[in-house]
Design a protein around this ligand. Structure first.
Ligand SMILES: NC(=O)c1ccc[n+]([C@@H]2O[C@H](COP(=O)([O-])OP(=O)(O)OC[C@H]3O[C@@H](n4cnc5c(N)ncnc54)[C@H](O)[C@@H]3O)[C@@H](O)[C@H]2O)c1
Length: 343
């Protein structure tokens, strides 16, 4: 494998986070080559040099690696819906664990010895408070369990240098690059708050389950304002962490795990207040419903390790996440992508 290659194989790069990372890689002097089955991704996000295919198609991945000689791989491809993973655990273990193992094995057998892996705070499970990477790993749903299994397999691969990035709540978009979140259905908090406030067609909101508006689940938690606190990170900050992780591995860094969060956290009520102000919707006053079972009061990353080793920290504000998400969800590209799925 040539140490001078600037080519990086990006699985799942037609999805939300992978497409933003590929975009930043291009701007940082790398050449990302996306492989994605488009099971949940989008053609608009795939970028130049895109190859459609499954990560478990060993013949395809082997041919791609032989052809491109990438310096490393970034692995985003996975299913991400926690609720669905509870209803259909086998689907999640097959894609997120078993296919990831096949993908890692194929890469390793072809001489790719550096991988950056997208993991999640869901591997911590019941955590409450400010979590370091040493926090107990007790995922409470098949999504988190399947991601943890892939993490552990990757760490055990002989000769492989890997960086595992455990993201907390990723939000925001890069509308200037024609990129943003286009999940179907949409279960993430930020788009669920923003989208009903920006005048999108009723048909689109209904299809995404957003036509009933947003509600705050629980305002009696032991937090600064009673609502649950989570850790939101702008997708472009997440992308910068990937570029830093890649450079770290190329420089000979050893396998490691990093939390990616803001280290402070934001309450649901604070996001509601920010949305009110950024989107000029003083009338936005969502109802409060009882707590949902299993929702911890506070889930926030301690990201000191990423700052110390990778020189990374999240810099973009909640306001920037809301503003960029609103601009993205108003765009023709977004509407066409979702309405195309409904047609
Ligand atoms: N979105 C978040 O807030 C978040 C938080 C923590 C971790 N993550 C992790 O980040 C990664 C990306 O998440 P996302 O939000 O961009 O999801 P996404 O669904 O938008 O993107 C995933 C992409 O992977 C592709 N894919 C899935 N299975 C595949 C397969 N077997 N072969 C080829 N392509 C396949 C899909 O078509 C899609 O384009 C996932 O691994 C997820 O676990 C996401």
């Amino acid at each position: 494998m040539s140490a001078k290659s600037d080519i990086v194989l990006v699985s799942g790069g037609a999805g939300y986070i992978g497409s933003h990372v590929a975009h930043l890689l291009r701007a940082s002097g790398f050449t990302p080559m996306v492989v994605d089955s488009l099971v949940n991704g989008h053609g608009f996000a795939a970028g130049p040099g895109f190859r459609q295919g499954d990560i478990a198609d060993t013949a395809l991945i082997r041919a791609l690696v032989r052809d491109l000689r990438p310096v490393a791989a970034l692995h985003f491809a996975a299913f991400i819906e926690v609720g669905e993973s509870v209803a259909k655990p086998a689907k999640y273990f097959e894609n997120n664990r078993d296919k990831a193992k096949i993908f890692f094995d194929t890469l390793a057998s072809e001489g790719v010895d550096k991988i950056v892996f997208s993991s999640t705070a869901a591997v911590y499970g019941e955590g409450d408070g400010l979590l370091t990477e040493a926090h107990a790993l007790q995922p409470v749903n098949p999504y988190g369990q399947s991601k943890l299994a892939a993490e552990e397999y990757l760490r055990g691969l002989p000769g492989m240098a890997s960086v595992t990035l455990r993201y907390f709540n990723v939000a925001g978009a890069a509308p200037e690059a024609g990129l943003g979140e286009a999940h179907f259905p949409e279960s993430h908090l930020m788009p669920r708050i923003v989208m009903p406030l920006i005048g999108l067609p009723e048909k689109l909101l209904a299809a995404l389950g957003l036509d009933k508006g947003f509600a705050i689940y629980g305002d009696d938690y032991d937090t600064r304002d009673g609502s649950a606190v989570r850790d939101y990170v702008h997708v472009l900050d997440i992308a910068q962490a990937h570029v830093a992780a890649l450079r770290y591995l190329i420089a000979g860094g050893k396998s490691d795990i990093f939390n990616l969060g803001s280290s402070k956290g934001t309450s649901v009520k604070e996001i509601v207040a920010a949305a009110r102000s950024v989107l000029a919707r003083p009338d936005f006053s969502p109802p409060t419903l009882p707590r949902r079972a299993g929702d911890p009061a506070m889930l926030v990353a301690n990201s000191d390790k990423a700052q110390g080793v990778l020189g990374w920290r999240a810099t973009r504000s909640i306001g920037e996440m809301i503003e960029s998400a609103a601009a993205w969800h108003r765009s023709e590209t977004y509407r066409n992508a979702i309405l195309g799925r409904l047609a």
